[in-house]
Design a protein around this ligand. Structure first.
Ligand SMILES: [Zn+2]
Length: 378
């Protein structure tokens, strides 16, 4: 799906750091898959959670979601965003804001860091025209600037696609040569089903010497691989109740790490606990640290997030809790000094992280990495 308003999309990407120029030398496709297999999965982040954390309203697509003609998806269409330098995060924010204006929406955006799932793949979106929208899950791959990052992107894309096939009881079957199967390109939809004329992701793949056949092989590899290693998922990958998006089961003591579910920024200094809820000798994690997350675990009635092998932090340090502001309130830094002239207005809701903290004799709730509001204002 090419951007209809590329200029607008680019406007959302100004904060993206300048990246290295594309490699002049093309890397052979087989080595892209070899590179990819060495990368770890970035996991799935859910757009509604992610946007809530950022204070952005989630514009649900639910009322426009398209029921699948057979009641469940028949496969996956692989897209490419055709928007250089836009990350999955940029695209998620752009599509969340603009889908009503651009008449386009997809299930997920994928880049080198992971997958952002916009909505449940249990119903269809506006990804590839009327023939495909009521049959297939629509997944957009974002553009990267070098072969190593491209490999990370297709790796995340292939692992996500393989998990979706398992989840919906579908077999891997390359559709790009005969118009039949479960792994489609947007180009193949144009060619065999019509109703759309895009040719992605072929052109972008070609830039890296890569093809849909190479991508299919990577999906097949992970499909077979996941089939053999469902032990950490209670072997229920095919049951509809267990969404591919579900957090890995962490009820058992984790002898090995589950697959990561995503990364998030720690918003409040946090002690590191073990699986019994006892503090460990690991150093306190400080606010602002980027954590790789491995799912939730409730220990003695308290909700934790796993951050490593037998390492947990209290989930509210990451997820926070919405609280209503009762009085207009000033913002303070970690030293108790007022930050700028900004304030929070009464009757608004703000997310606070972790427990109360005491700064120079006053009690505060933390609302961002270095922003605090006095407890009395809530
Ligand atoms: Zn497309």
């Amino acid at each position: 799906m090419k951007k209809l308003i590329t200029a607008l999309a680019l406007a959302t990407t100004i904060a993206v750091p300048i990246q290295a120029a594309p490699l002049a030398v093309q890397v052979h496709a087989s080595s892209i898959n070899d590179l990819a297999k060495q990368d770890s999965y970035g996991g799935v982040t859910y757009a509604d959670n992610m946007l809530a954390q950022e204070g952005i309203k989630y514009n649900s697509f639910a009322e426009n979601a398209i029921p699948y003609r057979n009641g469940k998806p028949e496969g996956i269409v692989i897209h490419e965003t055709a928007t250089p330098n836009a990350t999955a995060h940029d695209e998620a924010i752009y599509f969340n804001r603009e889908w009503k204006n651009i008449y386009a929406y997809v299930h997920a955006f994928v880049d080198k860091t992971g997958v952002i799932q916009m909505m449940s793949p249990d119903s269809g979106t506006w990804g590839a025209g009327p023939q495909a929208n009521d049959r297939f899950i629509q997944v957009e791959l974002c553009e990267e600037n070098n072969a190593a990052d491209f490999a990370k992107g297709v790796n995340n894309d292939a692992i996500y696609a393989a998990a979706l096939l398992h989840h919906y009881g579908l077999q891997p079957d390359n559709a790009v040569h005969d118009g039949q199967g479960t792994i489609w390109s947007h180009h193949a939809v144009s060619q065999y089903l019509g109703g759309t004329d895009h040719t992605d992701p072929d052109g972008y793949f070609a830039k890296w010497g890569y093809t849909m056949d190479d991508f299919y092989n990577l999906v097949k590899y992970y499909y077979d691989n996941q089939n053999g290693t469902t032990a950490d998922n209670n072997s229920t990958t095919n049951t509809p109740a267990n969404k591919p998006s579900d957090k890995p089961a962490t009820n058992k003591p984790a002898a090995t790490l589950p697959k990561p579910t995503g990364t998030k920024t720690l918003m409040h200094d946090a002690l590191v606990y073990d699986e019994n809820g006892d503090t460990t000798s690991a150093a306190t994690k400080t606010a602002g640290t980027k954590l790789t997350l491995y799912g939730y675990k409730t220990i003695a009635g308290r909700k934790y997030l796993q951050i490593g092998l037998n390492q947990f932090v209290v989930a509210s340090n990451v997820d926070g809790k919405l609280r209503k502001v009762k009085h207009n309130a000033y913002l303070y830094n970690a030293n108790g000094y007022r930050i700028g002239k900004g304030k929070l207005y009464r009757r608004t809701y703000i997310r606070t992280y972790g427990g109360r903290v005491k700064i120079a004799g006053h009690k505060y709730y933390q609302i961002d990495v270095n922003e605090f509001v006095k407890v009395g204002n809530f």
